[in-house]
Design a protein around this ligand. Sequence first.
Ligand code: TGC
Ligand code: FAD
Length: 388
Amino acid sequence: MSQDFLDLDALLSDEEKLLRQTVRQFTEERILPEVAEWWEQGTFPHEIARDMGKLGLLGMHLEGYGCAGTSATAYGLACLELEAGDSGTRSFVSVQGSLAMFPIWKFGSEEQKQDWLPRMAAGEVIGCFGLTEPDSGSDPSSMRTTARRDGSDWILDGTKMWITNGNVADLAIIWARTEGGIRGFIVPTDSPGFTANEIHHKASLRASITSELVLEGVRVPDEFALPGVSSMRGPLSCLSEARFGILFGVMGAARACYEASLTYAKEREQFGAPIASFQLTQQKLVDMMVIVNRGTLLAMHLGRMKDDGRLSPEQVSFGKLDNVRNALEVARSARSVLGANGITLEYPVIRHMTNLETVYTYEGTNEIHTLILGQAITGIPAFKPPST
Ligand code: TGC
Ligand code: FAD
């Protein structure tokens, strides 16, 4: 029986299937042979960005400026195939396309778009996205980073934390508090006063660079401020784009775990029989298969809604919440099917399992998406303790 139990392929166009196949092949040839080693070393070869650029993966769902201009569904399918390799690879593409290019594309001036987007789409310029701070994670509106006017320039001061690609980026999109609201700034990372410190000792998302960014009196001209937004709607709109990629992507990680455990269960024998012949193992395999098919179906449905222009941020939260927690459940179950082999990097499962702990937390934690949905169905925000 095919892994595509529900024949979801029937929902895709020939063009979408071709794109998916291209990204799957890229993952099989360029990511999978080496990713366990990158993960163990705690590194990601960012030079691969140019190859991703050639494939049209960077900012692929954006129109114009050297971007591929695919459908949202096609972008989601690409994320799924990349994350079947490793969440770090999908993260790299998410950050570049949805978090660094998207704000320039959506809120930037024509000059900013012309200047940056073609080079970013080609993978010649790498971006990162600085929203989170040491004391401001789930509640980014409490950020302390400031930008103040000095003549025609802006001066930025503050610290951003947990920033993917921070040490390899050429530019950072920095969100800062100004007298006129929250603004986004394109900050070249070689600006005087800008420092990136790599975060080490991670036990999750190891094949991805994560950094602290320190900005001490960083001066940028007004032409580097994004003119199109001056409120939290700016960064939160970017998060909706990236969360959309995640709700597809994690089903790739889940599929990889399911497939690895199915193959293993059919080959591994105990008590004189393949472990796949035991009812308890079959239960795990069936639960995984159901989650992978159901979660992929949900992602495709949300993808079609986004392509129709009628996907709300709350519906994105639905997908991020449910697909991530279910992918994590698949990974944990697959890990147990592999027994002791499940804890080695010889198999992809423990790598996906620990990566998914990061995905459960970034781009809005499981709890924050629960509260977003709670507010959507009750009309009552429960983010803050009730005032006494
Ligand atoms: P709130 O008052 O609710 O809204 C402010 C304005 O923003 C609009 N808005 C959104 N717009 C687009 N998409 C969304 N998801 C939006 N959510 C809100 C809203 O309509 C309003 O617009 P306007 O025009 O009326 O001003 O904002 P709040 O500050 O109270 O936010 C509430 C909350 C908790 C939901 C929000 O802060 C939140 O989502 N927190 C989670 C933080 C988070 O997800 N951080 C992620 C950091 S980046 C990251 O993790 C990258 S990982 C990268 C990788 O490696 O893949
Ligand atoms: P906190 O907000 O301190 O939350 C801690 C716990 O409290 C969580 O369980 C949370 O759900 C819970 N909690 C918080 N508030 C509430 C509430 N109101 N009700 C109930 N529970 C609550 N950020 C960027 O800006 N750019 C990046 O590129 C980026 N990349 C990342 C890469 C990695 C590997 C990681 C781990 C994180 C990255 N982040 C990035 C940061 C990420 O978005 C934050 O970690 C996340 O938003 C949560 O913030 P926090 O870690 O400060 O946790």
